[in-house]
Design a protein around this ligand. Structure first.
Ligand code: ATP
Length: 331
């Protein structure tokens, strides 16, 4: 049976990953979890939020489901998420943003794929400070830009997508984003059946909140991709609904777009839909598409009942009521 590394994580992580475990068990999904701990709560035992055995487990199984992990601010630790992406060379962050019929948000037909470059840009974390002058270095390479470009267009082709929009700020960052754009533009020429356009990030932000239906696949450098993903999550009803995947050449780590939400942890009210939708992406990745479809349909049906929805969706329920409702629609 396929083994999958499971990292519950911090904050609401254990509550929402438990929902995935319970539902997969109910559905008898043919995978075996290998549960490992990472995050703020393991620092006292391991001296690091990301113990070596966690990386080893993902390298062995080549696939993981990860709850959100908190990086302690200003304690000298690098972000666990960034370290994982670097060490496993998870170069693409794939974030589908799709409207759900039952959720009353301002837009009904959003169906976007945001592809975020995952390994460089400001996330290299190269910074200097001399007295009161801080410098943050933004790295963009042709190699990483081409890698994300090929990934984006191949994904678009495989999934029958019609248009790719490259997001940038090359009018100001002439060298960095100029290089990123040049790489993506060259690759676009190999895919004549896919429309290609470029948008400056500030204009893209406005376009997305006015006409999100006009966009299909968006490819962006790391920081712009991160910001646009949260913005886009807001278009479909919030962070509690937006899934994601970090993809490498032969390893994939699935996780929700949201963070550990410490403000609502341990209250039983976290929305499990984002991590469940991430687990659907995981099922598809493992070619367990029948299970993926079944779960997707059960989620869609359950969201019509306001009494079971979590408070972030203006519902009167909690994590457990939503889980039970989803289970009631399975088989
Ligand atoms: P990070 O920097 O790790 O991405 P963040 O500071 O952006 O984290 P989140 O943890 O993502 O913040 O939370 C942002 C807001 O969204 C918080 O108010 C949080 O309670 C809410 N939120 C995030 N995820 C969920 C969820 N699954 N269910 C309900 N509310 C959520």
């Amino acid at each position: 049976m396929q083994k999958v590394t499971l990292i519950p994580g911090d904050g609401i992580g254990p509550e929402i990953t438990q929902v995935v475990k319970d539902i997969f068990e109910y559905m008898k999904v043919p995978i075996q979890w290998e549960e490992v701990e990472a995050g703020e709560h393991v620092i006292k035992d391991y001296g690091t939020p990301l113990p070596e055995y966690v990386i080893a487990s993902i390298k062995r199984n080549k696939i993981a489901l990860k709850g959100p992990i908190t990086t302690p601010v200003a304690k000298g630790f690098r972000s666990v998420n960034v370290t994982l992406r670097e060490q496993l060379n998870l170069f693409a962050n794939l974030r589908p943003i799709k409207s759900l019929k039952a959720i009353n948000s301002k837009f009904e037909n959003v169906d976007l794929i945001i592809v975020r470059e995952n390994t460089e840009d400001l996330y290299k974390g190269i910074e200097y400070k001399i007295e009161d002058i801080a410098t943050s270095i933004r790295i963009i390479t042709r190699k990483a830009s081409e890698k994300i470009g090929w990934f984006t267009f191949n994904y678009a082709k495989k999934n029958n997508r019609k248009k790719v929009t490259a997001v940038h700020k090359a009018n100001i960052l002439k060298l960095g984003d100029g290089l990123f754009l040049d790489a993506i533009r060259n690759i676009s020429k190999e895919f004549s059946d896919i429309e290609y356009e470029e948008k400056i990030v500030d204009n893209m932000s406005m376009q997305l909140v006015m006409n999100p239906e006009k966009y299909d696949v968006i490819v962006a450098p790391n920081l712009f991709g991160d910001i646009l993903s949260d913005l886009a999550a807001g278009l479909i009803g919030g962070l509690g609904l937006a899934p994601g995947a970090n993809i490498g050449d032969d390893v994939a780590v699935f996780e929700a777009v949201h963070g550990s939400a410490p403000d609502i942890a341990n209250q039983g009210i976290a929305n499990p839909i984002a991590i469940l939708r991430s687990s659907i992406m995981l099922l598809d990745y493992l070619n367990l598409s029948d299970y993926a479809k079944q779960l997707e349909s059960a989620i869609e049906k359950s969201l019509f009942d306001k009494n079971v929805l979590t408070p972030d969706l203006n519902g009167n329920g909690n994590t457990l009521t939503l889980k039970n409702k989803i289970i009631s629609f399975l088989s």
